[in-house]
Design a protein. Structure first.
Length: 573
């Protein structure tokens, strides 16, 4: 069967998944891929949970620390607006201290209504962040208190229900912020009733959950909400404690690669104190050391106490959001070496760096979706245009090249060219001549009668315009010890795996004296005569490298994988 398909393979060779699928199909079987990835992720999660619990269990002399608060709720119910309102409610003049930085969390100082003393509260502020969706449940785990936002004009929605589940699973104390009470159609009683139906009873109705009616937009009752937050913190004071006199333990809540500074990540210190020059031990690996720390106002810090979010410079590789930092494990660094020597998973695979496709991100190359919009009445047209204006993003956007009322006419169509703009009709159609003309000119015509659907389509199309994100995973490092054979576009080398591992169908950067001199593909790995699926650290092997680089002895091959991932539209308003 293999030969019939033009594949010459001997008994010991592996065939890839696609080939196996075709082959099995021809032989009357179906092939199922092992769900290793799903399993790995679950194990990963579990390991991180364990690492955190273990690290936090070393706490000896606990003292109260600021509560960590997470804001959750259905999209558009006002999480971002509320976080902004709380940020500016700070009783300390923040602008005097620095400029607001979005590092994934911030602190607000609020006067305790009883004691009148100033108290800090830490807020995780990444509700729209893609990574946060991934770590939503983790967000609930690292927080002490949740604020569930429910818009008074919209009440309980699917994500609200999801949040209820997450909060309950994490046994997290929470309060409900009934937002947008300034709006016409706001019905806080309905929100209370809808929540009661799902077992969330307002304390005013004899239940236990505090609910505060607010308007994040008009800054209404934000003070009351903060008072209630401090009350809830006091009721849970025995849990909201940490030992500040131990090596720092925390969770990575933000991570990215900065063009100038390299990997930058924010850690929320959960126990202990993080200091300058502390080793950054993540997942039991040393990722670097603290070279500089900044708070949410961009001010440099010498040390970070429990519940403080700090942005750290000094990572050699970017950690993942949700990773655990545990400085106390620095002494185990030798242990890691041993693990590596045995060729066990080194964690090098997790060194994921996100880069953007070149040239697609600059403001001047901003991609726009050009629309000519016609609607039946002025009210709809204004509403549509209003919604479009809100779709703000630095890389993509909507440009309205024409607008008007009534059916789409020949005149309208003559204004646009194919591929340059899309014609949208809201509750209107096209005249027969216009329709024919659009067909001839290959112009896309979309009809909608629900604004929500129209906006959703626009969002989806904008997403398609977003540059693809490339995810690079580092796999291993090989030192070249010998050159066996040089072909026109390939070279066979011998080398030793110094770090991680190597396997076929991976990419390789060729480095000489620290500089990249070329890239290519690893197509085959061999140890002695045996073709290998994988060669681990410490082993000498032969590699076939396809690429133009003229590899020499002593060069280093950095093995990596690259995946493209389409990005989600995260609007910055
Ligand atoms: P998120 O998706 O939950 O983060 O929601 P946003 O904070 O982005 O808010 C969604 C929309 O609701 C924005 O247009 C806000 O201006 C608006 N909004 C938020 N809070 C209020 C409020 O209290 N009153 C009114 N009228 N609008 C609000």
């Amino acid at each position: 069967e293999l030969m019939k398909n033009g594949i010459l393979a001997n008994q010991n060779q592996n065939i890839d998944y696609d080939t196996a699928t075709i082959l099995a199909g021809e032989l009357g079987f179906t092939v199922q891929r092992e769900e290793k990835e799903v399993l790995r992720q679950a194990q990963d999660e579990e390991e991180k949970d364990k690492a955190l619990t273990e690290a936090l269990s070393k706490i000896k002399n606990s003292t109260p620390r600021p509560p960590v608060v997470v804001v959750m709720g259905h999209v558009d119910h006002g999480k971002t607006k509320l976080l902004d309102a709380i940020r500016s409610a700070n009783v300390i003049d923040t602008e005097a201290g620095g400029i607001t930085q979005h590092i994934g969390a911030y602190q607000t100082v609020w006067n305790d209504p009883k004691t009148k003393e100033a108290r800090a509260l830490t807020f995780i502020d990444t509700p729209g962040h893609e990574a946060f969706t991934v770590m939503r449940s983790r967000g609930a785990k690292i927080a002490d208190i949740a604020i569930m936002v429910v818009a008074a004009d919209d009440s309980v929605k699917p994500q609200t229900e999801e949040v209820i589940k997450i909060i309950q699973a994490a046994k997290l104390p929470f309060i409900v912020a009934i937002n947008k009470i300034d709006k016409e159609g706001a019905d806080p009683t309905r929100v209370r009733a809808d929540l009661a139906q799902r077992g969330i009873q307002s304390d005013e109705w004899g239940g236990t959950v505090p609910m505060v009616e607010i308007s994040a937009k008009q800054n209404l009752n934000i003070d009351k909400l903060l008072d209630v937050l401090l009350l809830v913190a006091d009721m849970n004071v025995e849990k909201i404690q940490a030992d500040a006199n131990m090596p720092a333990v925390g969770t990575i809540i933000e991570s990215h690669v900065d063009k100038g500074m390299g990997p930058v990540a924010t850690v929320l210190v959960q126990a202990g104190t993080l200091k300058q020059n502390d080793p950054l031990v993540v997942n039991n690996e040393i990722y670097g050391k603290v070279r500089a720390m900044k708070d949410y106002l961009g001010r440099s810090l010498e040390k970070a106490l429990p519940s403080t979010p700090v942005q750290i410079i000094g990572f050699k590789v970017a950690p993942e959001v949700g990773d655990i930092l545990d400085v106390s494990r620095a002494g185990g660094a030798e242990k890691i070496d041993v693990r590596q020597k045995k060729g066990l998973q080194t964690g090098a695979e997790k060194q994921t760096i996100v880069v953007r496709e070149e040239g697609a991100t600059d403001a001047e190359t901003k991609h726009t979706l050009n629309l000519l919009i016609k609607a039946d009445v002025l009210g709809s047209l204004e509403a549509i245009i209003g919604s479009m204006e809100k779709l703000k993003h630095e890389e993509v956007g909507v440009k309205i090249v024409g607008k008007g009322l009534g059916n789409i006419t020949e005149d309208d169509v003559n204004k646009v060219e194919a591929g340059q703009a899309i014609v949208v009709g809201f509750n209107v159609s096209a005249t027969p001549i216009a329709e024919q003309l659009m067909q001839e000119k290959n112009i896309v015509f979309k009809r909608y009668d629900i604004i929500y659907d129209l906006i959703n389509w626009v969002k989806e199309d904008l997403e398609k315009l977003l540059a693809v994100e490339k995810i690079t995973t580092e796999i291993g490092r090989i030192k070249v010890l010998a050159i066996f054979r040089t072909d026109k576009n390939a070279i066979t080398v011998g080398g030793r795996v110094e770090e991680g591992k190597v396997f076929p169908n991976t990419l390789a950067r060729v480095k000489r004296g620290g500089l990249i001199i070329g890239t290519g593909k690893i197509t085959q790995c061999q140890v002695g005569q045996a073709v290998m699926k994988e060669v681990v650290q410490g082993t000498e092997c032969g590699l076939r490298f396809e690429g133009k680089a003229k590899i020499e002895v002593d060069d280093v091959l950095e093995i990596y994988k690259e995946e493209s991932k389409s990005r989600k539209l995260i609007l910055n308003n």
